[in-house]
Design a protein around this ligand. Structure first.
Ligand SMILES: C[S@@+](CC[C@H](N)C(=O)[O-])C[C@H]1O[C@@H](n2cnc3c(N)ncnc32)[C@H](O)[C@@H]1O
Length: 276
């Protein structure tokens, strides 16, 4: 017979930088309770089935698998999202892009495009805050499209349309007031790709050519054909890519170009406006 307190005491994840948090999240999920339950009821008995589930979760985490993939969920903005190994685990840094997008347009009926939606994180956050906006969310990976659609349905956001598209390919002549994207932006040889949780994420969500800018170049080059006059393009990029992205935006006739810093003080997003 095992109690919560002894499972918490006995568990170890020496290689995780967030070991204590990971252990609590995994045990809470294994017993189907919240993290605060663990501390409120440390003497409660854990069934042998739940204890086994917890042990298997710990084993997977010890092998490096991200907690979000083990649990199949991740919080983003104010939403609980299903996540899966076919696409990126949404990052807190990307909430900066959501905040910026919300400031750019009025809360009236406007059309917004999210390129490379993955779990649907950005599109669903925007749609949940602005019920009058219509958000089109596209991804090239079919499993990501299905995942974003499941998240959309569970959150009952009927102002979002999820499509399979290679960037703009399925959008014909459609034009938007705002295009947002957190595209792949890591260089092929970047050592971060073989370290930590990132090892478990698919290269289709991460890698963009030898300098990490291939997808950003393509999106910036084609965006004007899908923006309304005065429309905005808002992009997340690598911590050292802001100057290159601003230059690309300027080279494609964007105006009011600027970059903004994330919580770590890195220029993380850049935006520009098409002439009216
Ligand atoms: C960095 S992830 C971002 C996912 C999500 N927007 C987020 O912020 O969590 C990039 C996404 O772009 C998608 N993607 C990559 N190449 C694409 C392409 N050519 N067309 C559409 N989507 C693409 C990937 O499948 C992945 O879901």
């Amino acid at each position: 017979m095992t109690i919560i307190a002894s499972l918490l005491r006995g568990a170890q994840l020496p290689d995780s930088p967030t070991a204590r948090l990971d252990i609590e999240l995994l045990l809470a999920a294994a017993i189907g309770q919240s993290r605060s339950y663990l501390h409120t009821w440390p003497e409660r008995i854990v069934s042998s089935e739940a204890a086994q589930t917890f042990a298997s979760y710990l084993q997977r985490r010890s092998a490096g698998e991200p907690v979000a993939y083990i649990l199949g969920q991740q919080g983003f903005w104010k939403l609980d999202l299903e996540v899966a190994p076919h696409t990126l685990i949404p990052r807190p840094d990307t909430e900066l892009l959501v905040e910026a997008a919300l400031q750019l347009l009025p809360a009236t009926a406007v059309s917004v495009l999210d390129l490379g939606t993955g779990s649907g994180a950005i599109a669903l956050a925007l749609a949940s805050e602005r019920r009058a906006w219509h958000v089109t969310a596209v991804d090239r990976v079919l499993e990501a499209v299905a995942l974003a659609e499941r998240n959309r349905q569970r959150l009952q956001l009927d102002n979002v349309t999820v499509l399979c598209s290679h960037w703009f390919s399925a959008l014909a002549e459609q034009r938007f007031a705002l295009i947002v994207s957190n595209p792949p932006y890591i260089a092929e040889q970047d050592p971060h790709l073989v370290a930590g949780d990132v090892r478990f994420e698919p290269s289709s969500a991460l890698v963009a050519g030898s300098d990490g800018l291939d997808d950003l170049r393509l999106i910036i080059a084609q965006a004007a054909q899908h923006l309304l006059p005065g429309g905005w393009l808002l992009l997340e990029h690598g911590y050292d890519q802001a100057a290159a992205v601003r230059e690309l935006l300027a080279g494609h006739a964007f105006e009011q170009i600027e970059s903004r810093v994330d919580l770590g003080g890195h220029e993380r997003i850049s935006l520009g406006r098409l002439a009216c």
